[in-house]
Design a protein around this ligand. Structure first.
Ligand SMILES: [Zn+2]
Length: 256
């Protein structure tokens, strides 16, 4: 069996002391690869350094997170573009809209989202989308920008069956993580309706650890806990969830 963590901020300060142990536990849990979403210019060095040390396990993306879109977001976008021109990345991510923490840069967030979707089209790589209290605006922009060449994933999905259906219809993947194991997230009714070909697994480490680690630091070795929950909801064997979601992740990131 093998798994892929399609979204983990494993370069975060919180892993600085014990990253070697974290990645060893990850390998022991059969999580063979970790895709690392970027945040902004402050996270790039740590992310690329980790790729340098563990090139088989840690794969970087490049993008500007919506919560880092502020007054001078244009200069951040120049840096993203510069890096995309310099070397290959697995995806443009993470990008999107976040209205939960701050809505004062809503228009700038939309602008940055659109510009970065165009980067993805230009470089022919997928987009990794973050939405928080902004699903309607985010899917509308994706639908408006939709072309055969645009693919990607709505990461950390916590929405309704109707929202999942709209994502699948756009040909996008749905990232399921620790929230799938939270009782109050009510995903037990939604996950059975999501077609298996659209599902990829993620941790979003160090955030949103699955039960029974809820509230503690999350890490990629917890992926099987998410997979087990998805297997239960989909009434499928764990081995099948591992195999299909790994295939889906390869399809998403055009990898093997
Ligand atoms: Zn993230």
């Amino acid at each position: 069996m093998s798994f892929i963590d399609t979204h983990a901020h494993i370069y975060d300060q919180q892993f600085k002391e014990d990253i070697a142990d974290v990645l060893e536990r990850c390998a022991e849990a059969d999580v063979q690869r970790i895709y690392m979403p970027n945040i902004d210019h402050t996270s790039i060095d740590a992310m690329l350094e980790l790729e340098n040390r563990y090139p088989q396990q840690c794969v970087p993306m490049m993008g500007l997170h919506p919560s880092s879109v502020r007054k001078h977001f244009e200069s951040e976008l120049y840096k993203v573009e510069e890096w995309l021109n310099r070397r290959p990345f697995a995806a443009v991510g993470e990008i999107g809209l976040d209205y939960y923490w701050d809505t004062s840069f809503k228009e700038q967030q939309k602008e940055a989202f659109r510009v970065q979707i165009d980067f993805a089209k230009q470089f022919r790589i997928p987009i990794v989308i973050h939405t928080r209290e902004s699903f309607e605006d985010a899917i509308a922009i994706v639908e408006e920008k939709m072309e055969d060449t645009l693919t990607g994933v709505f990461h950390c999905f916590t929405g309704t069956s109707e929202e999942a259906e709209r994502i699948v219809k756009a040909g996008f993947h749905i990232g399921l993580g620790g929230v799938s194991t939270f009782k109050n997230a009510k995903l037990d009714m939604v996950i059975p309706t999501i077609p298996i070909h659209a599902i990829v697994l993620e941790t979003d480490s160090p955030y949103l650890a699955p039960v029974p680690h809820r509230g503690k630091r999350n890490e990629p070795s917890y992926i099987p806990l998410v997979a087990e929950r998805v297997a239960t909801y989909k009434q499928m064997a764990l081995e099948e969830i591992a195999e299909k979601t790994t295939q889906n992740a390869f399809t998403l990131f055009k990898a093997s």
